[in-house]
Every structure is written in C-alpha cells, then in structure tokens.
Design a protein around this ligand. Sequence first.
Ligand SMILES: [Zn+2]
Length: 335
Amino acid sequence: MGWETGWWNDLKEGGRMSDMFSKKSLAVGVDIGGTHIKLGLINEQGEVIDHYSVNLLRDETKIADIALISQEVANFIEKRNVRNQLAGVGVACPGILDTTLGVVKFAVNLGWNELPLVEMMQERLKLPVRLECDATAGAIGEWRYGAGMDQSGFLYVCLGTGVGASLVVDHHIYHGDLGPAINIGHTSVIPDGKPCKCGNRGCLEKYVSASAITDRVRMELDTANTILSKWVQSRALDSLLVYEAAQQGDLYSKEVFQEAGELLGVSLVNCLQLFGVGNIIIGGGFSQSGDLLLEATRKTVRARFPSDDVMKVNIKQASFPTTAGMLGAAANIFQ
Ligand SMILES: [Zn+2]
C-alpha cells in the first residue's frame, strides 16, 4: 500500500495524522560478513533509504563482538531518528544457524558458538529481531526485489569470501532437516584438491572466491608469465588486481578466471542434476567479475549437462551483488 492510499484509508477509518508517522514502514537490514558489517534502512519496496558499512568489530580474543555490533545498529537507528517507523531489524549471518530459536550454533569466521543472537540484540535494541542465513537472505533479496522477481524457483549462488547457495522451489525456500542445505561451497570439485577447513578436499570455495583467486596467483607469481609480477612491486595483490590485469588482456589472469568459472560450471551441473532448477542467479561481491568468470561457467554447463533442457538453463548475474543479503534480511521483517 502506497503512502497516498494509506492516507485516505486512515482518514476514512478515523485515523489521525500523527498515526501516519507511527506506521512501521521501515526495517533495518544487517549483513554480518567475515570482515565487515553492512547496515541499511529499507522500506517495503526494497528501496535503500540510507546505508552504512563498518569493519567487523571483534573483542580482544578476536571473537566478533555482538555487544559492539548491537551498539552500532542502535547508533545507526538513533542517528536517523527512525525508531518509531521501524518494524524491526533483520540480520543475515554466516554459519550454522537455528533461525527459529534465533541462535548462531556455529560460525567459524566469527568465532561464535551457540550464540543467542536474537535474544541479545532484542534486549539491546528493544525491537523485534529476525535472524537468517546469509545465503538465504541473499536469495530472498533477489527474489523480492531483484533478478529472481516473479520466479517460482531458482538457485542462488553467492560468491564472496566463501561460496554459499540457497534454493527456491515452488515459491518456498528449501530448508534441510539437518541444518545447512545447498552448501555447495563445501562440495568437492577436485577429489584430491586443496584441503579445506571443513575436513573435505577440493571444495568449490577453495577455487571460486576472491580469496581463492588471490591465493592461487600468490603461489604462482614467481613462475607465471604475467604483468602482475611487475604490478605487485607497487600495488597489493588481490583479486581486483588480477581482474584488472585480465581486463587489460593479461592471458595468465584471464586463464585464472576462466578455470575458476569452469569449476563453478562443474558444480552447477551437479546442482542441475540434483534439483532440476534451470534459473541460476550468481551473486556476491566476486560475481562482479561478470563474463570473465561466467562465460566459462556457461560453456562448461552446456558441455556437461546431457539434456536438451540445457538450452533452458539461464545463468545470470544478481541484481544486487553486494547488498542482496541486507535487503533480504530486511524483507524478512515485512513478511
Ligand atoms: Zn570445505
């Protein structure tokens, strides 16, 4: 319902002007990442009224500090003077969660174990708080406002520090009984590949993420024929530098992205075989490498998916590569 319609309805029902300003028409979306936190003030239409990003706050033992994070959210709300218009605070978080109880059961990158996040934040903020898995929040953000709008089903893959995914089937988010589902970042694409902290080897996220690209290039820099050998004398090596080199025609850097894209394709073919969902949305910060990565992904899927239906497979970039989690966390509040 728009503002104009709301006015008339309220007047008809005997509402007062002051009621209009007490409507809970906004939510705060909080996306807790491994290195920083994004906060957004968002309305029901998914418009970001204001946003803010801050480094992840950790205590002296390097554990992400929920008290400091809550304080940051409180400051964000008070400075904008919107408390009376807030329906609540949606939080997207990595790791294994019990979203019903509002508990982070285990988040290795944050150092959290059985953390009652919702209870702690509600106590500090005095507002309803809802917790969601980061990849699921990203899928909801794209579903409500972006590349997944009006779709009954799609696979959302988030390429960030790691690799997450979420599946929308028949207008519902798929949840597993045992906890995290569609955890493709820790499915193996190379049986004897790099060891992963999860205990498996050759996990997808060891090859297709910003940190994976940087690690690979760092290891090969001494022997590879690349402009990066010269560039790193004056600039820090990261995946953006490799991207820039590839854009300027550096063959080695192009190959690094291409090989990562191929492995993503291998993983997506497995997903196609398992779920039969042809709409695939690729999000997360690293997805902004675009066709440099995804052309190889599409080519691999076409070559490896043995069905005429391969022509119906649509792999596209997300509408909100860096903010879908924040948007989806806020959208949860309006449901
Ligand atoms: Zn793993």
